[in-house]
Write a protein that binds this ligand. Structure first.
Ligand code: ATP
Ligand code: MN
Length: 530
């Protein structure tokens, strides 16, 4: 194979002669097919690759170097577990030693952040073509001119994920280690080949540097009004619908996962989207379905004999994913920059079936729910366990925060006040009963709710105050059957609803104990009455 753009990585301590920089997707396909042990090309044209043992992130294995420069900025604890400079260097050396044994390396340079004023130059170094193509889709791809003038990167990811960390190295909890140094501006990956670690590594770095400059980084998707250019944000934890609901033909897509709010408006950090592929159909999610084509990466999916993707097959993982450049969504706005948000929507997938499909939030309720960051997971169905598990993750993005959650909350409160954004809570989870009894609200109904928010149909909404949660439940939405909008009414067993609502309220209160000391009286008063 002809070696294209050779690139010198000796400055990093990498001596491999064959280095490929910013190969186009077609070349990366060729490399993947020749050198990956199990890559293939699906009928739809996407490159199918497998991440091995790890098919999701490993948050317990993330470490952040404790250094005097940033020590007082960081929210230390289970999200940001400190380790020392020396151990970081040992792990980096291990990663470099492994990469130096490889016959060829891939390097991709691109930008994080569409606003040129704030963008970060990122370099990714890896040994798998799959990882290079993944970051080609997820970062903002430089033009030829930008590439020739790229210069020194602001942040470097060294991915040696196929090689394990040494368990005997101090502070290592397993053979997986994801090591961040904010001072060296490097991320080292050992012992996991899940590509999402690189993407969320970039987001973590943005979450450190944005607030330092007075900007708010946010775990949300964003769309914009085609006429006014004003934006709308969809916050939410994994699986709540950020990506699905932002692919909306009536609006411009700005981004599906990571944004920054500045004094000028908002911009996307990424150049691509990373959609869940489980049960994907062209009928229910046409925009995403058609984006999975040549140039996209399909992760951990199973193909049938005709090389058709079986999106219902979860034998490798429930977390099958597709990564595609954002311009594969027809109505994406390039550059991915938009005006200030008119609406801020908190998505939650409440498997208890307690929260209403849509509620209007006061500023105090908004802060309370932003700090709480509630969603629920449906626990181990294979064991016959139907009890949902509540998850609370501050700012709807706890695992990626670097500063204390209150830092992001204060920035959000200030920006929402200044730009008079309305705030909504939208439950994309269960109704008519909890998991096992009721059912998940249809995508059609959730889309109708989001449409009503955007069209202004809910400008002066008909509401009823929820006696436990205290927010204003919206009771009329065009195109949505009214009987589903009041959750208690949608349950046949009212006493079961009351008991479950009380239980969920208690979980909220228990979780909020950690933040109560730093919260204002107004925000504390927005807590549910258990
Ligand atoms: P992540 O942070 O992991 O990327 P996400 O918030 O982007 O998560 P999505 O990828 O949008 O989550 O996943 C939502 C999933 O739930 C999709 O598989 C979608 O088809 C499904 N779904 C079912 N009903 C709804 C609904 N009413 N609203 C939104 N999504 C729904
Ligand atoms: Mn998503």
């Amino acid at each position: 194979m002809k070696t294209s753009t050779a690139f010198d990585l000796t400055g990093h301590g990498l001596t491999v002669a064959e280095v490929h920089r910013n190969l186009p997707p077609s070349s990366l396909y060729e490399h993947a097919i020749r050198f990956e042990k199990d890559a293939s090309i699906a009928d739809n044209g996407a490159l199918v690759a497998y991440s091995g043992v790890k098919t999701g992130r490993s948050p317990k294995d993330k470490r952040v170097v404790e250094r005097p420069e940033s020590k007082n900025d960081i929210w230390w604890g289970s999200v940001n577990i400190p380790f020392d400079e020396r151990t970081f260097q040992i792990n980096r050396q291990r990663a470099l030693d492994y990469l130096n044994t490889r016959p060829r390396l891939y390097c991709f340079v691109g930008f994080a952040g569409w606003d040129p004023k704030y963008r970060i130059k990122v370099r990714v170094i890896c040994s798998r073509p799959y990882h290079a193509l993944f970051m080609h889709t997820m970062l903002i791809r430089p033009t030829k001119d930008e590439l020739s003038k790229f210069g020194t990167p602001d942040f470097v990811i060294i991915n040696a994920g196929a090689f394990p960390a040494n368990r005997l190295t101090s502070g290592m909890g397993s053979t997986t280690s994801i090591d961040l140094s904010l001072e060296d501006k490097q991320l080292i990956i050992l012992g996991t080949e899940y590509a999402g670690e690189m993407k969320k590594g970039v987001f973590t770095v943005a979450n450190y540097f944005a607030p330092k400059r007075g900007l708010l980084s946010m775990h949300c998707s964003a769309t914009a009004d085609k006429k006014t250019g004003a934006s709308s944000l969809l916050f939410g934890l994994s699986g709540t619908g950020k990506t699905t609901l932002s692919a909306d033909p009536k609006r411009h897509l700005i981004g599906d996962d990571e944004h920054i709010w500045t004094d000028d408006g908002i911009f996307n950090i990424e150049g691509g989207c990373y959609a869940k592929a489980i049960n994907l159909t062209s009928e229910s999610e046409p925009d995403i379905f058609q984006a999975l084509r040549f140039g996209a990466v399909l992760e951990n999916v199973v193909l049938d004999v005709d090389r058709m993707v079986d999106y219902t097959n979860v034998s490798i993982t429930q977390n099958t994913r597709g990564a595609y450049p954002i311009e594969f969504i027809q109505n994406a706005k390039i550059p991915c920059i938009a005006g200030h948000p008119t609406d801020v929507i908190f998505l939650t997938c409440d498997a208890f079936g307690v929260l209403p499909p849509v509620a209007a939030l006061s500023p105090a309720h908004a802060m309370y729910h932003f700090m709480s960051g509630y969603t629920a997971k449906v626990a181990g169905t294979e064991m016959g366990v139907t009890e949902p598990q509540a998850t609370f993750s501050p700012c709807f993005g706890g695992p990626f925060l670097v500063w204390h959650p209150s830092k992001y909350a204060a920035l959000l409160a200030e920006k929402m006040r200044k730009h008079k954004a309305r705030v909504w809570l939208v439950n994309t989870g269960w109704g008519g009963g909890g998991y096992g009894v009721g059912k998940r609200i249809s995508l059609k109904n959730t889309r109708a709710i989001i449409d009503a928010i955007h069209s202004g149909a809910l400008k002066t909404p008909k509401t009823e105050r929820d006696p436990i949660f205290g927010f204003d439940v919206v009771t009329e939405v065009p195109g949505v059957p009214s009987e589903i909008l009041r959750p208690r009414d949608s349950w046949t067993d009212k006493s079961a609803y009351d008991a479950t609502a009380k239980k969920l309220a208690a979980l909220f209160n228990k979780n909020f104990e950690t933040y109560a000391a730093g919260a204002s009286d107004e925000v504390k008063a927005a807590a549910p009455k258990a």
